[in-house]
Design a protein around this ligand. Structure first.
Ligand SMILES: Nc1ncnc2c1ncn2[C@@H]1O[C@H](COP(=O)(O)OP(=O)(O)O)[C@@H](O)[C@H]1O
Ligand SMILES: [Mg+2]
Length: 466
C-alpha cells in the first residue's frame, strides 16, 4: 500500500487564506480525480473544516487529538461532504501542547494508518508543535503569502526545515489574496509580480500562479445558513475558480512525480529502528552469563530465565548476569551485615531485606588506599533508587584469602572470581553493580527503559565513588 501524499498549508500569519485554500483544494482535487481518496484535517480550532464537510449531525468517533494520543488515524476518519474525508477538529488540542515535544509524532502516527491518496493539513498561524509535526510529515508545504510581512514570516518555516535537517524541497510559496486592482509603475506591475520577485530574491520557490482576492469568495463564509460554501459550487464565475483548478492540478501532478513519499521514509526508518532495537536486546541477552554468579546453578536458558533474584553487571560491561535471590541475600548478611548465625529465608529480617532491596542498588568494589599489596579490602555500598549512597561497609579480604583454601565454603570467592578479580585473583578498579529484578520476568531489566535506568545509575555512582 503506497503512502499518502501529504500537503501542509502553513504560514505564521493569520488571515492569508490558509483555511480557504486547504478546504477548497480538497474539493478541487476530488473533482479532478473522483477515485482519489482525499482526507482533510485542521489543527486550528475554528472548525471551518467541520462546518464545511460535516454531514448533518453525524456522531464523531474521535478528533485530531487522537493523532497525538495513540489512536489509529483510520479510526478517526469521517465521511464528509463532496466526497472528502476529514478528521474532526478539536478544542482540546491546545491543552496537549505542553506534553508534546516530538515533531515526528504525527508522521509516525500516520505511517501506521492505511490512509492513501492525499492528506491535506490546515495549520494554525503559529509554529507550534502541531504545525511543526505537519511540516515534518509533508511532501508539499504550501505557504500562502499576501504581502511583504507575511513573506518575511516564511523565514521561520525555512529555518525550521534547516534546523531539523529536512530538505527544503517540499516548500512552495503561493501568493494569495492578491488584489488585482493595484498597479505599480516599474518592473513589477502588480502585487503578484512583486511578491514573486520577493520570493525569488530570497531563494524561495513558488507554486505556479496565485489566488486573487475576490469579494465573491469572501462572501462564501457569510450567509444566513451559517455555512461555508465551496468555490467550486458557489464561485464558478470567479477567477479564483480557475486559479484553484490550476493549483489542484499542480498538486495532483506532483503526487504522480513523487515516488518516495515522506511517510515511506518514516515507515522505512521505523522498520529499521525496530530491527536495531531487537538487535540490541538480543545482544544484551546473549551477553549474559548462563549461571548464577554466586552458586553456579544454571539460570539463563534459551527460552526463559530461571529463579533469578538480582541482575549484576561490572562497570566495564565485561560481565553481566543474574544471581539467585538466596545466594545474594545470604552473602550480604554473612559478609556485610555481620550475621553470626545463618539467617533462615523465613526470618522476618530476610523479608525486610527483600522488601527494601527493591528500592536499592548494591555495589561491590575494591576499597581505596590499600597499601599492603597482599592486603585487599572490599567495599560494599548500598544506594537508593536515585543513586544516592545509603550506607557502606568495608571488609578485609585478608582473612578471606586464608579461606581460599576452602573455596567451597565461601560464596564471595566465586562471585569475585566471576566478576571483579583479574587473572591474578586481585581486585582492580572496576565495580559490580546489582539490582533486584522481578521474579516473574527477570529479563525485564534488559528492556530499553529499565536498562537505561540501570546504566544511568551505573554512571552516576561511578562518579561518586572514591
Ligand atoms: N481569495 C479570497 N478572496 C477574498 N477573501 C478571501 C479569499 N480567501 C480567503 N478569504 C477571506 O480571508 C479571510 C481569511 O481567510 P482564511 O482562509 O481563514 O485565512 P487563514 O486560515 O490563513 O487565517 C476569510 O474571511 C476568508 O473568507
Ligand atoms: Mg485558518
Amino acid at each position: 500500500m503506497s503512502a499518502p501524499y501529504i500537503v501542509t498549508i502553513s504560514s505564521e500569519k493569520g488571515g492569508v487564506g490558509k483555511t480557504t485554500l486547504a478546504t477548497n483544494l480538497a474539493i478541487y482535487l476530488k473533482a479532478l480525480h473522483e477515485d482519489l481518496p482525499v482526507t482533510l484535517l485542521s489543527f486550528d480550532n475554528h472548525f471551518s473544516v467541520d462546518q464545511m464537510f460535516r454531514i448533518n449531525r453525524q456522531p464523531q468517533r474521535g478528533d485530531v487529538t487522537g493523532l497525538f494520543t495513540g489512536s489509529n488515524p483510520d479510526d478517526l476518519i469521517e465521511t464528509g461532504e463532496y466526497g472528502v474525508q476529514y478528521i474532526p477538529s478539536s478544542k482540546q488540542l491546545h491543552a496537549l501542547r505542553r506534553e508534546l515535544d516530538d515533531p515526528t509524532a504525527l508522521a509516525r502516527a500516520l505511517a501506521k494508518s492505511s490512509l492513501g491518496g492525499i492528506i491535506i493539513i490546515d495549520t494554525r498561524p503559529d509554529l507550534d508543535i502541531f504545525t511543526q509535526s505537519a511540516l515534518y510529515a509533508a511532501d508539499r508545504v504550501i505557504v500562502p503569502v499576501k504581502d511583504a510581512p507575511s513573506m518575511d514570516n516564511c523565514r521561520h518555516i525555512y529555518e525550521f526545515f534547516d534546523e531539523h535537517g529536512i530538505s527544503r524541497r517540499p516548500l512552495r510559496i503561493l501568493p494569495c489574496l492578491v488584489d488585482g486592482r493595484i498597479h505599480f509603475d516599474g518592473p513589477f506591475s502588480d502585487p503578484y509580480q512583486l511578491l514573486k520577485a520577493y520570493a525569488i530574491n530570497r531563494g524561495y520557490r513558488c507554486m505556479e500562479g496565485f489566488i486573487a482576492k475576490s469579494p465573491k469568495v469572501e462572501s462564501l463564509n457569510t450567509n444566513p445558513e451559517g455555512k461555508i460554501y465551496p468555490v467550486l459550487s458557489h464561485g464558478r464565475q470567479t477567477e479564483v475558480h480557475v486559479q484553484m483548478t490550476h493549483i489542484a492540478r499542480q498538486v495532483y501532478l506532483n503526487t504522480l512525480d513523487t515516488e518516495t513519499r515522506r511517510l515511506d521514509e518514516y515507515r522505512k526508518d521505523m522498520a529499521e529502528a525496530e530491527i536495531e532495537h531487537q538487535g540490541i536486546y538480543e545482544l544484551r541477552r546473549n551477553n549474559l552469563a548462563t549461571n548464577c554468579l554466586v552458586c553456579g546453578n544454571p539460570l539463563v536458558g534459551n527460552e526463559s530465565i530461571g529463579m533469578a533474584g538480582y541482575f549484576a553487571q561490572t562497570s566495564n560491561m565485561k560481565v553481566s548476569g543474574f544471581i539467585e535471590e538466596e545466594c545474594f541475600t545470604g552473602l550480604v548478611f554473612r559478609y556485610f551485615y555481620g550475621a553470626k548465625r545463618s539467617i533462615e529465608t523465613h526470618d522476618p529480617v530476610w523479608e525486610l531485606f527483600r522488601e527494601s532491596a527493591q528500592r536499592s542498588y548494591f555495589l561491590l568494589q575494591r576499597a581505596p588506599h590499600t597499601k599492603n599489596f597482599y592486603q585487599q579490602k572490599l567495599s560494599f555500598y548500598r544506594f537508593d533508587d536515585s543513586g544516592l549512597e545509603v550506607s557502606h561497609k568495608t571488609i578485609e579480604l585478608q582473612e578471606f584469602e586464608k579461606r581460599l583454601l576452602s573455596k567451597e565454603r565461601s560464596d564471595l570467592f566465586p562471585l569475585l572470581e566471576r566478576t571483579l578479580f583479574n587473572e591474578q585473583g586481585r581486585l582492580e578498579g572496576e565495580f559490580l553493580l546489582l539490582r533486584k529484578v522481578s521474579s516473574d520476568l527477570p529479563e525485564e531489566i534488559l528492556y530499553d527503559q529499565n536498562y537505561a535506568n540501570f546504566s544511568d545509575i551505573m554512571n552516576k555512582v561511578g562518579t561518586q565513588l572514591p
